[in-house]
Design a protein around this ligand. Structure first.
Ligand SMILES: [Zn+2]
Ligand SMILES: [Zn+2]
Length: 252
């Protein structure tokens, strides 16, 4: 992330979800302190009207797609209510669709989907990429796309640790704060699905690397061939092919 805060509790952040308002002016004359909710959770209930400063990162491994998941549990107009099993199936399908899409933009390390009932967290999708370059690239691509007949909005997010952003109570049982809770209520996909998506991603990355190596080798061979021609020599340079065969062994 592009900003650094040495203060462990810069925004008067309290675990019960409230800001403590103090009249503090920082040394450099900045009268607004960073919003710790925005820093930790990537979204704060005050939005743009927040009295604290939302410092948007210029580089990060994580991107946020606010309100992307249309939670059927919250869609009151639906005629037929889904039972728990159907809800999980619906969610798994959504998770699979977005994973496959994001994996085309970079190596995905984590995807978190919120099912909070409040507007600033409802359906938020956070995607953590292996590197910052992929995250930035993903924001450029995704902001031109549509999902579920709605234009996608996507931004770099300061969220670094999902562990810290998670609502512990919701994770272990029920959260009594309900729709007032400002921490992430995460809808978890079926573990088997995650394992299979991750393994497909690993394989696809290796195959991509293998294709790149093969291309590089054939380029090298072409150059050597033309050099040999120029020198009018019959000597073969050899040596190439070792790396490809090493990668190919990974699939043996
Ligand atoms: Zn805020
Ligand atoms: Zn909660």
């Amino acid at each position: 992330m592009s900003y650094i805060s040495n203060n462990r509790n810069p925004g008067g952040y309290e675990p019960n979800g409230q800001h403590i308002h103090k009249n503090i002016t920082t040394k450099n004359g900045e009268d607004r302190l960073p919003c710790t909710f925005y820093n930790k959770i990537g979204s704060c209930r005050h939005g743009e009207k927040c009295s604290r400063k939302h410092i948007r990162p210029t580089s990060s491994n994580t991107i946020l797609l606010p309100n992307l998941y249309q939670n059927p549990k919250l869609n009151k107009n639906k005629d037929e209510e889904l039972n728990a099993k159907q809800l999980q199936q619906y969610f798994d399908q959504f998770y699979k669709d977005i994973f496959v899409k994001f994996a085309t933009l970079g190596a995905v390390t984590d995807i978190v989907v919120c099912e909070n009932e409040n507007n600033h967290l409802n359906g938020n999708v956070y995607v953590k990429f292996e590197n910052k370059k992929s995250a930035l690239y993903a924001t450029h691509i995704l902001n031109q796309e549509w999902f579920d007949a709605r234009p996608v909005h996507c931004e770099l997010s300061p969220v670094n640790s999902f562990e810290e952003a998670n609502c512990r109570a919701y994770e272990v049982s029920e959260c009594t704060r309900g729709d007032h809770c400002n921490f992430m209520h995460v809808h978890k996909p079926t573990q088997q699905l995650v394992d299979s998506l991750m393994s497909s991603q690993r394989k696809s990355i290796l195959l991509h690397k293998l294709a790149e190596l093969k291309e590089e080798e054939s380029r090298k061979a072409e150059t050597e061939k033309s050099e040999d021609k120029n020198e009018n020599s019959n000597q073969s340079s050899g040596g190439s092919g070792v790396t490809t065969s090493m990668v190919e062994q990974l699939f043996a």
